[in-house]
Design a protein around this ligand. Structure first.
Ligand code: DMJ
Length: 934
């Protein structure tokens, strides 16, 4: 293994400085001993089993990659449900997510270096030839600069890095003459116009053919970009400069990073999520380690590793201290405001932050990495996958899961750091869940809703670039890989860049950089290396002892948010402030407290009650502050309540040959008919009704009798259709949207309303499918005639035997297993007890919690009949085991209070003006959150 020029060496004493050249790829230097010293804790996994799991990963990769190549290539991505390529412009737009697609065979390029890691050298050689032969980078298409950089430029550079490695070995790629690098350079030049701003921050989008300025470009008017979008370029751009000698790329990426650093909020040392690329003003002032910021931090640390520039380490450490001070509330990582970092900006976390434990391993801070990873694993165990967003009490906030690799990435790094076989078991669970819930006959499909198990017609390229790499490496021994992985660093898309670049072409001009070089003090190197070296030999149960207290953190948490509590008034014996969940509009004592807090109660004509706060009317600044929090809680409760009035989505699962339960379609529920969450699922063959709209008595009752009738949307009420098919003897109905091309990928799901009359006579279950989902069933009828489906609230288990010895050796084998599992149609499934009612929101988009705000007052409406909103859904007692987590946090904040002034924000008595100013800022932030996208 070579020592790269940039990093400092790691000695034998503790604390030590990081051998970054070695730590870079796998944090292995600190860990080599860890893997060999493991003696206790989770049972070790035998070499045979690891090999078996590694082979399973290879088989899964073949399934994903093979189907992409066969059915989608040269398109950018595979659509695994309809088994075809996703071509931009030919499918309904999905918004920003489509900006990754540039008609440049994205999945092929993103998969290049995965092929080599997985030992598929022959396939790699073929793939490189295809890229050189087929890929055009000059398309008239507007793409995301960030995505194109990490996936395409990174993919080409990763492919080039391994191509030259293979060529040097003398067997493969002997014909290779830096062609991928030339393509990378061409692409690099295409991205450069995006940096034409006074700040040096790039525009978020660029037209590959026309750049930014030309009228044909259809871009260049944007004013904002995300921090990660502007701050995740340095690895690829520096590698491009150092590979080619063209210094401009590294200079531009450095300039953007320098600007972000200058703009950090100076008192908190945090950065916001979105920045104005012209003025440098923060547009969104919330700050976390997930969506919108994540890889900015990652690239600061890795830029230090790859380029050996100490200023990057210093910046990373400054931010890291701020993250650990304000955002980290182990095991949680919660967004805060950059100007008011003691104030949480959200009550939920997003799935992208799952990369952070892996970064903490690279930093050498293992304990919080173990804690957060364990918390995330508990969430996964509950929902099979990490939902895109989940609340602080671990309810699903946004139910989608596009097969993101971040958790697998952290699992890999933690295994390398601890050598604890527990992490191999975690990896095994990930593999099982992917095969069980995401595998479809034509690849792996993203989860539309982790609660129902329904699919989306989507397989993102990062699934091949990252997931299979990390899973394979997790189980691989050194000799299983044909090169030394520790000589490379992983980019954020898991592309491999060689560490020797740190000593190549170093003459990059720093004349544009704003920061001065200073000699770093030793504290910058704290935590690097020591943990595993000193802890594991003495205590092999170290990681387990950190995980153990978190084992029940998800199951035992209360279905409500965690709110930092004002400790002082508690301890001085004063009554705790009134909480929104306890409030009753009929309780005179509560009304008195409201008045003290400056909150007035207005009875609206329609029977609702409106709460308005004027902080200025509060009895004291403490009361005003209590009032603000009360209002904030009320807003959250009110919006939570609105969500709970909605029915959750349902699932239509095709169970007959050749689907065998593997394809699950997201369906809208009906407000009438059989409630599938309370009753048996309904299973039956499908038949189209005549007339197809189901608006009159059916003329083909014999065809739908005992079956599930398919009816087209439109021309009459849903309830009328239901009655007509019920009268014809149907046991259920599926209404298919008449709006051609509609899909639950692009349109919000809704519930079918009744007809305003009594619908108790409708006894059969009714579900709604958008046109695209519906045509999957209609196509299946055309092809296979007999199509059987299952209507339920959650997809039923497809593959009970994933724990068994072998992965299905052939498609037929696995089909048989699945068929058996799906089998008894009379099986009673009662999921009501398994899922808390809080999880049952139809709309899984991030909730909006923006109050009306006029005249420095905040108002929120609450129903008078339900003056205590929590009574309706707080099914768990606030005492006993359910309060564990809150108590823990409260205790923790109490014990930490003296040493960490940040946790006792309630102590500070703020003047009312400042409270109002803060409140307005919070409202602004909440309004921003409404627009929030992952
Ligand atoms: C990947 O494209 C990269 O890891 C990126 O940094 C953010 N996340 C996606 C996958 O989830």
């Amino acid at each position: 293994m070579s020592e790269a020029g940039g990093g400092r060496g790691c000695g034998s004493s503790v604390p030590q400085r990081a051998p970054w050249s070695l730590v870079a790829a796998t944090a292995a230097f600190c860990l080599v001993s860890a893997t060999s010293v493991w003696t206790a804790g989770a049972a070790p996994m035998s070499r045979e089993e690891r090999q078996k799991l590694g082979n399973q990963v290879l088989e899964m990769f073949d399934h994903a990659y093979g189907n992409y190549m066969e059915h989608a290539y040269p398109a950018d991505e595979l659509m695994p449900l309809t088994c075809r390529g996703r071509v931009r412009g030919q499918e309904p737009s999905r918004g920003d997510v489509d900006d990754a697609l540039g008609k440049f065979s994205l999945t092929l390029i993103d998969s290049l270096d995965t092929l080599v890691v997985l030992n598929k050298t022959k396939e790699f050689e073929d793939a490189v030839r295809k890229v050189l032969r087929d890929v055009n980078l000059d398309n008239d298409v507007v793409v995301s600069v960030f995505e194109t950089n990490i996936r395409v430029l990174g993919g080409l550079l990763g492919g080039h890095s391994l191509a030259i490695m293979l060529k040097e070995k003398g067997e493969y790629m002997q014909w290779y003459n830096d062609e991928l690098l030339q393509m990378a350079k061409q692409l690099g030049y295409k991205l450069l116009p995006a940096f034409n701003t006074t700040s040096g921050l790039p525009y978020p989008r660029i037209n590959l053919k026309f750049g930014i300025r030309k009228p044909e470009a259809r871009t260049g008017t944007e004013t904002d970009t995300c921090t990660a979008c502007a701050g995740t370029l340095i690895l690829e751009f520096a590698a491009l400069s150092r590979f080619t000698g063209a210094t401009i790329f590294e200079e531009y990426a450095r300039k953007a990073l320098d600007f972000l650093w200058e703009k950090r909020q100076r008192s908190s040392n945090l950065v916001g999520v979105t920045i104005n690329i012209h003025t440098g003003d923060w547009v969104r002032k919330d700050s976390g380690v997930g969506a919108g910021i994540d890889s900015y931090y990652e690239y600061l640390l890795k830029a230090y590793v790859l380029l050996g520039d100490d200023s990057f380490l210093e910046r990373f450490n400054t931010h890291y201290d701020a993250i650990m001070r304000y955002i980290s509330q182990p095991p949680l990582l919660l967004d805060v405001h950059i100007h008011k970092p003691m104030l949480n900006a959200r009550t939920w976390m997003d799935a992208l932050l799952a990369f952070f434990p892996g970064l903490q391993v690279l930093k050498g801070d293992i304990r919080p990495a173990i804690e957060t990873h364990e918390m995330l694993y508990q969430v996964i165990k509950k929902h099979n996958f990490l939902p895109e967003a989940f609340t602080t009490d671990f309810r699903v906030h946004w139910a989608q899961h596009p097969l993101r690799p971040e958790f697998a990435e952290s699992t890999y790094f933690l295994y390398k750091a601890t050598g604890d076989p527990y992490y191999l078991e975690v990896g095994k669970t990930l593999i099982e869940n992917l095969n069980k819930y995401a595998r479809v006959p034509c690849g792996f499909a993203a989860m539309k809703d982790v609660r129902t198990g329904s699919h989306e017609d989507r397989m993102d390229s990062f699934f091949l670039a990252e997931m299979f790499k990390y899973l394979y490496l997790l189980f691989a021994d050194k000799e299983d890989i044909i090169f030394d992985i520790e000589d490379y660093i992983f980019t954020t898309e898991a592309h491999l860049l060689p560490l020797w670049l740190s000593t190549t072409n170093q003459s990059i001009s720093k004349k544009n950089t704003t920061s001065e070089y200073t000699e770093l003090d030793d504290s910058n190197f704290d935590w690097t290396c020591p943990n595993t070296q000193i802890l594991f030999p003495n205590d092999p149960l170290y990681a387990q002892s950190i995980r153990e207290p978190l084992k029940n953190v998800v199951d035992k948490s209360c279905p409500r948010g965690i709110i930092r509590v004002r400790e002082e008034s508690f301890r001085s014996g004063a009554k705790p402030p009134l909480r929104a969940r306890d409030f009753m509009a009929t309780n005179p004592e509560h009304l008195e407290i409201l008045k003290k807090m400056g909150v007035s109660l207005i009875h609206l004509k329609d029977g609702r009650v409106q709460l308005v706060q004027h902080a200025i009317q509060a009895a004291s600044s403490i009361d005003a502050e209590d009032g603000l929090r009360f209002m904030q809680e009320m807003i959250e409760l009110s919006s939570q309540q609105q969500k709970e009035q909605q029915l959750p989505p349902r699932a239509v699962q095709i169970v007959s040959h050749p689907f065998f339960g593997r394809v699950v379609l997201t369906a809208g529920p009906a407000q009438f008919g059989l409630d599938l969450s309370k009753h048996k699922e309904t299973r039956g063959f499908v038949a189209s009704s005549k007339p197809y709209n189901g608006c009159s008595e059916l003329t083909n009752p014999e065809a739908v009798m005992g079956k599930i009738a398919l009816i087209q949307r439109g021309q009459c009420m849903f309830a009328e259709k239901a009655r007509n098919i019920q009268n014809a003897g149907a046991i259920g109905g599926i209404v298919i949207d008449d709006n051609e091309g509609s899909s639950s990928d692009t349109a919000p799901l809704f519930q079918m309303a009744g007809d305003g009359k009594d619908t108790d006579d409708i006894k059969i279950p009714m579900l709604f499918l958008f046109s695209k989902e519906g045509s999957i069933i209609l196509d299946a009828i055309r092809e296979y005639e007999e199509v059987e489906v299952l209507l339920s609230d959650k997809a039923k288990d497809r593959d009970p035997d994933t724990d068994s010895e072998e992965q299905p050796s052939s498609e037929n084998d696995s089909q048989d297993q699945s068929a058996e599992q799906i089998a008894p149609s009379s099986q009673e499934v009662d999921l009501v007890d398994q899922e808390s009612p809080e999880e049952s929101s139809l709309n899984s988009e991030p909730e909006s919690s923006s109050p009306a705000d006029t005249d420095n007052a905040a108002s929120v409406s609450a129903s008078e009949q339900n003056s205590n909103p929590m009574e309706n859904h707080e099914t768990t007692s606030l005492d006993g085991e359910c309060t564990d987590l809150d108590n823990q946090l409260q205790e923790q904040s109490e014990t930490e209070e003296d040493s960490n002034p940040n946790v006792s924000w309630g102590k500070k008595v703020q003047p009312i003006d400042s409270i109002l100013a803060d409140w307005n800022e919070d409202i602004e932030a909440f309004e921003m959150m409404e627009k929030d996208e992952l």
